[in-house]
Each structure stands twice: as C-alpha cells, then as structure tokens.
Design a protein around this ligand. Sequence first.
Ligand SMILES: [Zn+2]
Length: 222
Amino acid sequence: MSQRRTGLDSPSTQGDDYTSDKHAAMLSHSREETADRGDWFRAPRLLYSHQIPQWQHDNEYILGGYRPTSESTWLSVASLSYLHNQTINAYSHLIGALIFVSLPYYFYDSPKFRHWRACFYAGFGLSSIIFVVHGLVLHGWELQRSRMSLVWMGWMATSNLVGAAIYATRVPERWAPYRFDLCGASHQLFHIFIIAAAVIHFDGLVVAFRIIRSNPGPCHAF
Ligand SMILES: [Zn+2]
C-alpha cells in the first residue's frame, strides 16, 4: 500500500525531542520513518525552525516544514518530489522561468508579431532620448553636442530606425518576388543597418571620450 509522501500531511503522534515544543502542537509533521516497499525515494522527516542550521534561517515566521540539509545534489533535486516549505516557491520559480523562456520564442517565431518586434527594438533604442534631453536641458546644446557626440548619436538612431522600418515592412522582397530570397532580403539589410549603427555609436563614444579627457573638468564648466 503506497502512501503519498508529502512529509507534512500526517500529524505528529510519536514523542521525541521536540513534541513538547509548542510549535509541534500547532504544526503537523511527518513521522514517516518506515519506507514503503517499492518506493524509489523516501521523503525525509521535515524539521522545525529551531532544528535547522543558522544559514538556513531566512524567515523567522516560517516555523516548520524545513528540509534537513542533505549536502547532496541528488537529494536536493529529489526534494521536488515531496511537500516542504520551499516546494511552492520552487515550482512557481520553475513555471515562471519556463514562461519567460518560451514567450520570446513564441514572440519571435510568430509572423504576426513582426511589427511589434520592430516597435520594441525601436522603442528600446529611442528610450535613450530621455538622457539626451535631460543633458540638453541641464547643459545646453553646445556642450552636450561635443561630450555626448550628439551628431553621431543622431546618425546611430537613424541607422537603427531605418533598419527597423525595413524589417517591419519587408522591403525590398515585397517589391520583387524571388529576387531577394537568398541575398538582400529585409532581415539581412536590418542586420547591416544595426551593425552600422553600432559602429557609429562606438565612434561617437570614442570621440566624446577624447573630448572629455582632453578638457579637464567639463562637468564643472557651468
Ligand atoms: Zn535578426
């Protein structure tokens, strides 16, 4: 007869070192010490907060349901198979992680999100305008143009946006069937524009870096 191995579901009935503890009266802990024949794994007896090592204490208000430390990767993984005070945390992490891993695939693979992908790409890039505008408001165009390489950044943004627009509209393959199937399709052009944008960005950063370094204390210029 196989019993469910939850480790938490059977009330404490046998006396031992901690049944006198008032927590023991409030919490039901497994006393299962006998293996069910045929079980591949036996859930260990769960512990109360005063029975675990200091490092395992995280939340003083969680009083029971602690796994004994096993110092074994296998036993730690196997602890997913019975109920303890980290079971729901572990599974909700796993499920959340699976959702986060699989959503981008769904998002990336589905043609109907093409415009959303392009918009996200452009939106993330354009969010840097916040910092540019903030700098302009504080220090004005002349200083910011040189030390933020704003002309470079403008070309960088242009290149990225042109690339995103090409990707979203699927130009030029929509205009010339078959001609760009192997070479020159929108996704390829998109990559070229992105790489160009990255090179322009890097150049702009180097120029700005030189200006800032050759001009000591520009932050105190005003
Ligand atoms: Zn790509």
